[in-house]
Ligand binder design. Structure first.
Ligand code: ADP
Ligand code: MG
Length: 314
């Protein structure tokens, strides 16, 4: 048997169980967007790490060095936002070939600095394969009462997302199909996803918000993480999925990209009542007690059979 047979999430679950006995009291380990570690009193640290591997997560000739730096930090800061936390610091580990230009590297770190979060350390190594690998660790801070986990969703809660979905996936299609380069908003959404930090902090402070995750692998996949962790099911109303005009007029299947494309890096949350914040929140469905761990797709209240899953590495 190899790793593909057990799958990305099977592998993570097995690792989590293996280390379960060593997780200190009061800490939350593997399984949410960040680990949670007590930092004294009511303060908690959240810590996350995400890797960007050349030819898996990015093509070097299709993204500027500055955008790649911006995105490498953004995907981690998005996980900090998903906990209801605010960023504290970043750590950067990189592996690159000796012939990488120093201007490229300077632009890359300029992209990271755009987020205005201090970089407090990292590691630098030579890449003998010639490919670039980037790993960032993001640390955040949050008050105990504001921590939002994947496991808090309750039957009857409304399900929201904080932006239109699928633009990043459309942007990737536009980048890969050079004829469609004019879809600039989609490309920008793919190359420079904005972490929803202000939104995450406000949602963290709201007692109405019961569970939260960021969308990295697509709503079809990330909502299931909330459903499994919370032991509930969901109905998603397809006509309520927010899709941008640019994606609608693109040549691709907008609905499929919106639900499975991933890399949106907006927030997906559940709330016990309708919410009204000073930023966009789109209600896309509700939590049910049937179908535990699964999504029932509906169009205008009628069930539709879809086999949407979302992105998986293995
Ligand atoms: P996200 O998309 O929010 O970054 P992931 O799907 O990458 O989350 O990871 C889910 C959970 O599994 C997180 O808690 C993460 O820290 C943990 N995780 C992922 N890969 C590993 C690994 N190789 N070893 C330990 N924990 C891991
Ligand atoms: Mg996440």
């Amino acid at each position: 048997m190899n790793v593909k047979d057990i799958g990305e999430f099977g592998l993570i679950d097995a690792t989590s169980k293996f280390f379960e006995d060593l997780v200190p009291e009061g800490c939350l380990g593997i399984g949410d967007d960040c680990a949670v570690i007590p930092a004294g009193g009511d303060k908690f640290m959240v810590i996350t790490t995400d890797m960007l591997v050349e030819d898996v997560h990015f093509l070097r000739d299709k993204i500027s060095a500055q955008d790649l730096g911006y995105k490498s930090a953004a995907v981690n800061l998005s996980d900090v936002a998903a906990m209801g936390a605010v960023p504290h610091s970043l750590f950067l580990s990189v592996s690159f070939p000796a012939n990488l230009s120093k201007e490229w590297y300077a632009e890359f770190v300029r992209g990271i600095k755009e987020h205005q979060v201090p970089l407090l350390g990292g590691d630098t190594t030579n890449s003998k394969t010639g490919k670039i690998t980037i790993n960032i660790v993001a640390v955040g801070c949050v008050d105990k009462n504001n921590i939002k986990l994947r496991k808090g969703a309750r039957v009857g809660d409304c399900i929201y997302v904080t932006s239109a979905l699928g633009d990043s996936a459309g942007g990737l299609q536009a980048i890969l199909n050079s004829k469609e380069k004019h879809l600039s908003n989609l490309v920008a959404q793919h190359s420079r996803p904005r972490p929803h930090l202000a939104e995450g902090a406000k949602l963290g402070k709201s007692s109405l918000v019961s569970a939260m995750i960021d969308i990295s692998d697509g709503l079809a996949s990330d909502l299931r993480h909330i459903l499994k962790a919370s032991n509930v099911g969901a109905v998603i109303e397809l006509s309520s999925i927010p899709i941008s005009e640019e994606l609608k007029i693109s040549p691709w299947d907008a609905e499929k990209l919106a639900l499975t494309g991933g890399e949106d890096y907006c927030l997906l949350f559940t709330a016990s009542e309708q919410v009204d914040f000073d930023f966009p929140c789109y209600k896309v469905g509700y939590i049910t007690e049937r179908n535990i761990g699964n999504i029932e797709w509906q169009t205008n209240g009628q069930v539709v059979e879809l086999d949407y899953i979302g992105y998986r590495h293995f």
